[in-house]
Design a protein around this ligand. Structure first.
Ligand SMILES: Cc1cc2nc3c(=O)[nH]c(=O)nc-3n(C[C@H](O)[C@H](O)[C@H](O)COP(=O)(O)OP(=O)(O)OC[C@H]3O[C@@H](n4cnc5c(N)ncnc54)[C@H](O)[C@@H]3O)c2cc1C
Length: 381
């Protein structure tokens, strides 16, 4: 009997665990270790925020893995020894014959401190009830959404959130009294998707009366005066500040030999193999270069990578099929009125990613709903 370990119960980890289970002999053991006991699709937070569906309705418990022949250990991984394929966890040590690391990303501590001073982390699920209270109390002034640094998870999500909140405030009859703006350190709204998608998004924001401040990096937040001062010296006041911190590698990865020069794991971008034998890494805890930038930190890529890594790990141990990632992926871009645009294409193309924007429609919104339902059912149904 062989033992296979998956670190993380998010998109990458669940995709890898199921692919391992599907390909391995019944007698082999697949274990998922995660410190969160539940899973939801990232964009479900936006539906909660917009008031269209509570996050709980799109949440599934990881203990359901047990019914699918996958052992679930609810614990924190405190150290990783890639050379011996073993980890220390708060539930004790675990060793394996092969491992897929899918521990996601954390938030940059400097941004966490700034946010604690007077804002809300838009991406932090436990903050959603407080954000709802703040939104319900918002009757005038400015709602400011600030992308604080890069990389950050799911590049379109802050813009989607802004447009969905614009719609929520408009429906509440507050739009003539509440100004809305979004800031980003980047020169375009969506550099990873290219100038066309960025222009499209900027036009949608402008048409909705949202101020767009590109090349604006937050320098400080004054919670008493309710102002943000950017590094270019511009100051904006706010009544409610929703911030998106930059992503950083989880400390346990940073402290391991798996971390590359960037602090992230930098696996082979086609096979997801790391420098350690029979150890693969996928999803947000990795840094993968494209011709012009980095692969976006998104669930679709984590999922694709998880399946490929698991397949290759099984081939390392038993022989058989190997897979490589072709760089193809897509991102949903949700707009008010149940419309979704799609940015899709080859992110590994040279000399630059070859990605195209499909105009928004309601059929794509239905496809997005089905996409979530299909994942929840197949991963934890
Ligand atoms: C608001 C929002 C909207 C989004 N919309 C989309 C979208 O439309 N499309 C899309 O593709 N992506 C979207 N994303 C991004 C997507 O959610 C992430 O890219 C995806 O979840 C990454 O998967 P992952 O498996 O790499 O990491 P995660 O899903 O973050 O999973 C990490 C796992 O590791 C566990 N973990 C972390 N550290 C430890 C530790 N030390 N010990 C034990 N366990 C640990 C966690 O508990 C978790 O189970 C969105 C994200 C947000 C925030």
């Amino acid at each position: 009997m062989a033992d296979f370990l998956v670190l993380g119960g998010g998109f990458g980890g669940l995709a890898a665990a199921h692919e391992l289970r599907r390909r391995l002999p019944r007698g082999d053991r697949v274990t998922v270790v995660a410190m969160s006991d539940r899973f939801f699709v990232g964009f479900a937070k936006l539906w909660d925020l917009a008031g269209s569906r509570p996050l709980a309705d799109g949440t599934r418990m990881l203990e359901r893995l047990e019914e699918r022949g996958i052992r679930f250990v609810h614990a924190e991984v405190t150290s990783i020894d890639a050379a011996t394929c073993s980890v220390q966890t708060t539930a004790g040590p675990i060793s394996a014959d092969g491992m897929v690391v899918a521990l996601g990303a954390g938030y940059w501590p400097g941004h966490r401190e700034l946010i604690e001073a007077g804002a809300y982390n838009l991406y932090h699920a436990p903050s959603l009830p407080d954000i709802h209270t703040a939104l319900n109390d918002l009757t005038d002034g400015r709602l400011l959404v600030s992308i604080m640094g890069t990389p950050y998870l799911c590049p379109p999500a802050p813009y989607e959130a802004t447009l969905l909140l614009e719609d929520r405030l408009r429906s509440a009859g507050l739009r003539d009294r509440v100004d809305i703006a979004i800031s980003t350190p980047a020169p375009l709204t969506l550099p990873v998707a290219g100038p066309d998608a960025s222009r499209f998004l900027a036009e949608e924001l402008t048409a909705a009366g949202v101020g767009v401040f590109t090349e604006h990096t937050v320098g400080s937040i004054d919670p008493d005066r309710r102002t943000v001062t950017f590094q270019n010296s511009r100051t904006l006041d706010f009544e409610l500040l929703l911030a998106i911190p930059a992503a950083v590698p989880p400390p346990v990865i940073h402290a391991s030999t798996l971390a590359g020069p960037s602090g992230w794991i930098e696996p082979d971008r086609r096979t997801f193999a790391t420098s350690a034998e029979r150890v693969y890494a996928v999803g947000d805890c990795t840094l993968i270069h494209t011709a012009t930038a980095q692969l976006p930190k998104a669930g679709v890529f984590a999922e694709a990578a998880g399946k490929i890594a698991a397949t290759n790990l099984v081939a390392d141990v038993y022989g058989g099929d190997r897979l490589t990632f072709d760089g193809y992926g897509y991102c949903f871009l949700e707009l008010p009125g149940q419309r979704v645009a799609t940015v899709a294409g080859d992110f590994y193309a040279t000399p630059r990613p070859d990605v195209r924007l499909s105009p928004p429609d309601r059929a794509s919104f239905s496809a997005k709903q089905e996409w979530e339902e299909e994942r929840l059912n197949s991963l934890l149904g």
